[in-house]
Design a protein around this ligand. Structure first.
Ligand SMILES: C[S@@+](CC[C@H](N)C(=O)[O-])C[C@H]1O[C@@H](n2cnc3c(N)ncnc32)[C@H](O)[C@@H]1O
Length: 283
């Protein structure tokens, strides 16, 4: 589905501010739009927290920290030394991971051309960019051409394990579009000795409660369009990932990592799962 990217991009400003507000980001990645949106939503967030309704922040932090953890593990185990973060928006992950892993890790952040240019400008101006850290334009929906993932992957080292990350992207697209993306990601990752795909995903069956429905309506208004819940259960999504070309696929529940990640398990944390899919079965 050809979703108007202008309707999704504002949320990147909001999440960008969220990462900063929780000590995960750098002030250079805060934009006036992000700060404004965060301030505007604060009363609603306070009300949700007070009434025990799910909050945006709860699942945003759960997904972000769990993706970090799984990526860190893959790097520590020597499975990954190159990362392509698709739709990175104003996320600080590239900067944080380069700070931690330095020259051992190549990190390519991508987004649609306007957002990629803005991100590059922000991190270059603040001196946050280092060797092996790039910000490039990419369209996750392109099969071929200069903005395609396939084209970008040509520039990577085919002997190195590689990860693709999407965070906060999938639920803005309908099921056939997501299936197409997953097939594209699996095909590109199969070029490398180890391929890892990490993403957040919201499932249908866990997002039926009244609070969640209100929250989904809010999010839909926020992004000026429908939010899609493609699969009802973990197994359905795992089957679909294997169909797309991954050898192994698992949807992780944040609850199982609550202690490790210091998650408060506030209402809303349960609303998200994190996809871990690999192109090689080797551990
Ligand atoms: C909700 S934001 C998430 C940003 C970041 N990953 C985060 O979690 O803070 C969604 C991002 O997807 C990007 N985007 C939308 N359509 C895209 C596409 N077809 N290809 C690549 N990026 C896209 C938007 O520009 C925006 O930066």
């Amino acid at each position: 589905m050809a979703r108007n990217p202008a309707s999704i991009s504002p949320t990147a400003h909001y999440t960008g501010y969220t990462w900063f507000a929780h000590g995960l980001s750098h002030p250079a990645l805060v934009t006036p739009q992000g700060r404004l949106m965060h301030t505007a939503l604060r009363p609603l967030h306070g009300l949700a927290a007070w009434t025990g309704a799910p909050t945006l922040e709860a699942f945003l932090l759960a997904r972000h920290k769990l993706i970090d953890l799984l990526l860190d593990q893959a790097i520590a185990e020597g499975r990954v030394s190159q990362v392509i973060e698709v739709a990175a928006g104003l996320s600080p992950r590239g900067w944080r991971f380069k700070q931690k892993h330095g020259g051992r890790l190549r990190y390519i952040e991508c987004d649609l051309p306007d957002m990629a240019a803005r991100k590059r400008h922000l991190i270059e101006q603040a001196g946050l960019i280092s060797q092996g850290h790039e910000v490039l334009p990419l369209n996750a929906l392109a099969d071929t051409g200069p903005l395609s993932l396939s084209n970008l992957a040509e520039g990577l080292d085919a002997t190195q394990g590689t990860a693709i990350i999407t965070e906060g992207l999938l639920n803005y697209f309908d099921t056939p579009t997501v299936q197409g993306m997953w097939a594209r990601f699996a095909a590109v990752l199969q070029r490398f000795p180890n391929g890892l795909y990490l993403s957040d995903l919201h499932l249908g069956n866990i997002n039926r409660g009244l609070g969640i429905q209100a929250f989904k309506a809010l999010l839909s208004t926020f992004v000026k369009g429908q939010v899609f819940l493609h699969f009802n259960h973990e197994q359905e999504a795992e089957t679909e990932l294997r169909r797309a070309g991954f050898a192994m696929a698992k949807l992780h529940h944040p609850r199982h990592f609550a202690a490790q990640l210091h998650l408060s398990m506030q209402p809303g944390t349960d609303a998200v799962r994190v996809v871990e899919a690999r192109t090689s079965r080797a551990e």
